[in-house]
Design a protein around this ligand. Structure first.
Ligand code: IYR
Length: 232
């Protein structure tokens, strides 16, 4: 069916022309996609950090990158809190380990703990003090308008999850390491960081260099056949 012209006309009101200022030949595209994959495939979750400092400007750039993430209705429902203050890091470690102790001792099922055996995790989280920076990501389920009324955001978990993925990628690209740490419940973070009522802790990322000698679990990734289905 051919629609009348006015039905398919896009309203360009509030739009600006997007001019992509980089173009790759097909050969370059193949090359770039392959080398980006190879670089990201070197990423590992690291649990043993060096205490070597990282410039604040790097952390700012990592957060800038994560905040380019798409989000539901472009609400950008996130706050990235960067912590290098040693006293605050200690308080976060103490609170996280207190929750993790209860989780490992009573909240997590035997099957869950069995599944984690290959990773060798436990309730001790020294990286929360050793890593020079912690980035605590908060999600905003709603925003508050000028009259203090709740304005719901959309696809908040998806939006913040994508932003966290981009943060992890940016950290790896900078030559640094991290891991996704999710002590549960994580309410202590909002308390310790004095976050407003509409912010809920989503994920915690220690950021820094790996310790001089680090061991990681001897695990492999699923093959491309296992993780994909093509319909050509
Ligand atoms: N939050 C706990 C437990 C944990 C859970 C999963 I799922 C992991 O992949 C790893 C750890 C902890 O951080 O130890």
């Amino acid at each position: 069916m051919i629609y009348p012209k006015e039905k398919i006309t896009i309203d360009h009101h509030n739009h600006v022309k997007y001019s992509q200022d980089f173009h790759y030949s097909e050969a370059e595209m193949i090359d770039r996609s392959a080398s980006f994959y190879e670089h990201l495939n070197k990423r590992r979750s690291i649990r043993l950090f060096s205490d070597q400092s990282i410039p604040k400007s790097v952390i700012t750039n990592l957060i800038r990158t994560a905040a380019t993430s798409p989000s539901g209705a472009h609400k950008q429902p996130w706050t990235f809190c960067a912590i290098s203050n040693p006293q605050l890091k200690s308080k976060i470690r103490i609170a996280a380990e207190a929750e993790e102790k209860i989780s490992y001792e009573s909240r997590m099922s035997t099957r869950w703990k069995d599944d984690l055996k290959a990773l060798g995790t436990d309730m001790h989280k020294p990286f929360l003090e050793t890593a020079p920076w912690l980035i605590a990501v908060f999600k905003k389920t709603y925003d508050l308008n000028d009259q203090n009324q709740k304005q719901n955001n959309y696809y908040v978990n998806e939006s913040v999850g994508i932003a966290c993925g981009m943060l992890i990628t940016a950290i790896h690209n900078a030559g640094l390491v991290t891991l996704t740490h999710t002590p549960s419940p994580m309410n202590f973070l909002a308390d310790l960081l004095n976050r407003p009522v509409n912010e809920k802790a989503f994920m915690l990322f220690p950021v820094g260099y790996a310790a001089a000698e680090v061991y990681v679990p001897d695990i492999t990734r699923k093959s491309i056949e296992e993780v994909s289905a093509f319909y050509e």
